[in-house]
Design a protein around this ligand. Structure first.
Ligand code: SF4
Length: 215
């Protein structure tokens, strides 16, 4: 199968420490990918000839905004379609949100993925998420803004959430909404220790068609 996409984790550092984070990001994580390394990977991806899209994520990529802008600019110069994933912590008012997004668009950014679920909502005031979504739709066009996960976005609107909400309060509020049935979860990283009590337990099974026995 040909490689068609490259995803850069600019850093493991993040503004938050969500319970479900599958890369263990937190404010205490440090370090970033360098511009030189990013450029080298972009050049190799170009040489490969099969890559058409490049995503920038983390951690929280907006913490390293100048690096993000330059990475997007270099990816765009090489003809890749570009996207970014964010938790919207930075969308504190309309003007600065629009400025940041317009600047990224000028650098060549084509679209944005905005994270929404109850684990983010413990940390990010929901009005920031809403602001980021609305202004992104104006800047990039409706079809270039992915709300991940849309089901939660609709739920939060329905429940009238505006600020942060604890997971416990969310569960209380959404009691009739079949919470586990709505979750798409990468059960890796911090989720395996923080969330184990929320999911039914099943004994581990060997993967089909492997020679490995159960651990
Ligand atoms: S916002 Fe994203 S990267 Fe940051 S801790 Fe939460 S899940 Fe991890």
């Amino acid at each position: 199968m040909p490689l068609t996409g490259v995803h850069f984790l600019l850093s493991y550092q993040c503004t938050y420490e969500c319970d479900h984070c599958f890369v263990w990001s937190s404010p205490r994580s440090g370090g970033t990918i360098t511009l030189e390394m990013m450029t080298k990977v972009l050049d190799q991806a170009k040489e490969l000839g099969t890559v058409d899209n490049v995503y920038f994520e983390g951690g929280e990529p907006f913490l390293f905004y100048p690096l993000l802008v330059e990475g997007i600019r270099r990816a765009n110069e090489r003809g890749f379609s570009t996207g970014v994933v964010t938790n919207c912590y930075w969308a504190t008012n309309d003007d600065s949100t629009r400025d940041k997004l317009e600047n990224l668009k000028q650098a060549g950014l084509k679209g944005i993925m905005i994270s929404v679920n109850p684990f983010y909502a413990e940390h990010v005031p929901f009005e920031r998420t809403q602001r980021c979504i609305h202004i992104s739709q104006e800047v990039f066009g409706f079809s270039n803004v992915m709300i991940y996960q849309m089901e939660y976005y609709r739920q939060f609107l329905e429940l009238g959430i505006r600020e942060r909400i604890t997971f416990k309060d969310y569960l209380e509020l959404s009691r009739d909404l079949d919470y586990p049935g709505h979750v798409e979860m990468f059960y890796m990283g911090r989720a395996t220790s923080q969330l184990r009590d929320y999911f039914p337990k099943f004994p581990a099974q060997p993967a089909p068609n492997t020679q490995f026995s159960r651990l």
